[in-house]
Design a protein around this ligand. Structure first.
Ligand SMILES: [Zn+2]
Ligand SMILES: [Zn+2]
Length: 724
């Protein structure tokens, strides 16, 4: 029999696992890697498959298994692994992602020749993508090329009975990379680097540690105040790394679905509900009910927690605000930490920690990166395209051979070095996939900083450029996420995206296909007084609303300022953004008076939104415009704004859901979708579910592609593929 396995079968210990099963069953035959697939020629095929599928290597993901007749020649004795061959035909590479150090390797780090060695990994675990230069995944094309295997590691590599058989990055204290600890000036600090780092953290110092895809700033929880001062971050939440799942439960409440994510080999940061009344937790994410929690995933982090007397550390990406994470040892010294735990293994590809939260069983990726990238979404369109995404939470995407591959999370497009990082990441995907894009897709917004990259990519590949409306791309990204290729009516609830009419959209009901979209309805335009300034000074939103209502304003502006702003309002761009409505609501109810980081007012608003506790408000739609301003008339600050805030949000959603459901029904569908950055807000998504459910409609939510702008490039790529 000939068996062909397709999927993530390279760099995951697949062939050795085949070998071990075949030998244990006394089979004859061979296994080989064909670049994209693994082919097994074997005599007792059925018996082999039955056993092998029970014992799959943990990192393998099988997309398909093809069986065909094949008479194994009598001359074949025993079972062998033959060399990789890159077949020229239909080549779809699988690019492995980084995976948390496995329990066997953790035990190897506690005794034996790898005792205390933080780079211990095996075919079942360890960094992959962040070390990878090019394919196929072999040591000489990774950062480990600089560290030739020693004799004993060579023996493990060649022994089919060992877990490190054909493990490309096998290493040990004799031959592999190592850590060192340096002070603020870069001078080496004597002693065991990890143990000394742990001691210094316990003394209250702020340190930086180098991991797999980047570096983290670390300190103990009682130093959060000092960290905020030092790092210049007043309120933006920090994530914590805790020793293990049991310790996590001391800080947060965890559902079984959340626990599964927290302990998964991808080890994302999971946003979890804080246990109440804990002052330290409150300082980590002021005004917000959740805090980001993750578990150790590198050998160094495991060893660090072995030594630390505390069970949690603040762990946040080490980068100057808005810029990509630093990966260079010399550059990092400029951050001014007390000490740096560095190593000499080059980070080839940066990858920030993934961040997600759960809404029931649905996974909302706020950031899809380390552990989850590379990945792909199957689509039934062939051809090659590239997409450069939007501006905030930037990520790119490349589509080839019926799959869309998003890049890792890149950052905020306005940050220094961010467009360059996007350039690198998109080109890497193009190179790894051997893609030749014939269309490059970009956002409609004329001022986004990634547009020059789109120009260059198009010129170099002789490709066309297409501009895609932001919320249509959100809709398309949700369709890709859920494998819907015909039609979906969506609520696009978002911060800002450039509209066809030049206005700032973001509260839209769109009837979407991959060919185009109809804008069925949108929220009333409210002037963004002074443009972007109104996004940060949210008092201006309330002032604009008061002006629409003809109400007296109580926003703290002087009469003179009010006069100037009123004049300015006439020339300001209007916005239909749902995010801005939440900002105005946060200001008006006294929940938040300024925005110190992206999304802050809306995030602080979340704890006051309750799908079941609300006052009755109502609104109406005329000519596709849903009125919103009148809801604010008479709205005052109060100690508990829950019922009013929930009522207002629900009234607006109710109108949007009705319009969306009418459209879905007229298309013979029993579902609508919800997408955009505001859909991360769990109570809002639940309200939409309730309202649609009352009409017998299901709500399609994101679960693989990020809800927010991190998913835009995936939607753009799908739309571009459709143009081919
Ligand atoms: Zn391992
Ligand atoms: Zn070695």
């Amino acid at each position: 029999m000939r068996i062909v396995f397709r999927g993530t079968v390279q760099g995951v210990g697949f062939r050795p696992a085949v070998y071990r099963t075949a030998v244990s069953l006394g089979c004859r035959g061979s296994v080989r890697n064909d670049g994209s697939s693994v082919t097994v020629d074997i005599d007792k095929g059925e018996q082999f498959l039955e056993t092998f599928l029970e014992e799959l290597p943990p990192l393998a993901i099988i997309d398909s298994i093809d069986r065909s007749e094949y008479a194994l020649p009598e001359s074949v004795k025993g079972f062998t692994i033959t060399d990789s061959s890159r077949s020229a035909s239909e080549h779809i590479p699988s690019i492995p992602a980084d995976t948390a150090v496995c329990p066997e390797c953790i035990s190897d780090m506690r005794h034996g020749r790898r005792k205390g060695y933080p780079f211990t990994t095996c075919t079942n675990c360890g960094p992959r993508f962040t070390l990878l230069e090019s394919l196929p995944y072999d040591r000489e094309r990774t950062a480990m090329a600089a560290f030739p295997r020693c004799f004993r590691c060579g023996e493990e590599y060649s022994d089919p009975s060992k877990r490190r058989f054909h493990h490309q990055t096998v290493c040990c204290p004799v031959c592999g990379p190592s850590y060192r600890l340096v002070d603020s000036e870069g001078k080496t600090i004597d002693g065991d680097p990890i143990a000394t780092f742990a001691t210094m953290l316990s003394e209250g110092k702020i340190g930086i540690s180098k991991g797999w895809g980047g570096m983290h700033i670390n300190c103990t929880l009682d130093r959060v105040g000092k960290l905020r001062e030092w790092y210049g971050r007043r309120y933006k939440p920090f994530a914590i790394m805790v020793r293990d799942a049991e310790c996590a439960e001391r800080y947060v409440d965890i559902t079984p679905e959340e626990m599964e994510q927290l302990t998964s080999p991808q080890r994302p940061i999971v946003l979890l509900r804080k246990k109440r009344d804990d002052e330290t937790l409150e300082l980590l994410s002021p005004g917000i009910d959740t805090v980001g929690v993750f578990l150790p995933y590198t050998g160094m982090q495991v060893l660090l927690f072995d030594i630390l007397d505390t069970d949690a550390l603040v762990m946040t990406s080490a980068n100057p605000p808005g810029e990509p994470m630093i990966t260079d040892d010399r550059e990092i010294l400029a951050l001014g930490a007390d000490m740096y735990l560095l190593h000499d293994q080059r980070i080839v590809n940066r990858a920030d920690d993934s961040v997600l939260r759960l809404c029931g069983e649905d996974v909302f990726f706020l950031r899809k990166s380390r552990g989850n990238i590379p990945c792909y979404y199957q689509v039934d369109k062939t051809g090659d395209v590239a997409a450069v995404g939007a501006q905030e939470n930037l990520a790119g995407a490349v589509a080839s051979k019926g799959r869309i591959y998003p890049t890792q999370y890149i950052g905020n497009g306005e940050g220094i070095g961010v467009p360059e990082y996007l350039d690198e990441a998109v080109r890497l995907q193009i190179r790894l996939l051997g893609a030749e894009p014939s269309i490059v897709a970009e956002d409609l917004h004329p001022a986004y900083r990634n547009r020059p990259l789109a120009r260059r990519l198009a010129e170099e590949n002789g490709a066309d450029i297409i501009d895609i409306q932001h919320h249509w791309a959100h809709g398309a990204s949700l369709m890709v996420d859920r494998g819907i290729d015909d039609h979906l009516t969506v609520l696009a609830l978002d911060g800002t995206g450039h509209g066809d009419d030049g206005k700032a959209w973001g509260g839209e009901v769109l009837s979407c296909t991959m060919e185009g979209y109809d804008r069925l309805a949108h929220l009333e335009y409210i002037p963004l007084i002074g443009g972007q300034k109104a996004v940060y000074d949210i008092r201006r939103l309330r002032l604009a609303i008061d002006m629409i209502n003809g109400d007296e304003s109580d926003t703290g502006f002087t009469d003179q300022e009010t006069a100037v702003l009123s004049k300015l309002a006439g020339n300001s761009v209007g916005t239909s953004s749902f995010g801005r409505i939440l900002d105005a609501l946060a200001y008006s109810t006294g929940v938040c008076s300024e925005r110190t980081y992206d999304g802050e007012p809306a995030m602080r608003m979340e704890r006051y939104l309750d799908p079941h506790d609300y006052n009755e408000y109502s609104t109406e739609t005329r000519n596709g415009v849903i009125s919103t301003a009148h809801l604010f008339s008479g709205l005052k600050r109060s100690r508990d704004p829950t019922a009013d805030a929930s009522g207002i949000v629900r009234a607006i959603l109710s109108e949007m859901v009705d319009i969306a459901c009418d459209d879905a029904e007229s298309n013979g569908e029993d579902r609508i979708g919800i997408t955009g950055g505001v859909s991360y807000n769990v109570p809002i998504t639940l309200m939409v579910r309730d309202l649609a459910g009352a009409r017998g409609m299901d709500v399609v939510t994101h679960t693989r592609v990020p809800n927010g702008d991190g998913g835009i490039s995936t939607g753009q790529a799908a739309i571009a593929l459709n143009r081919l």
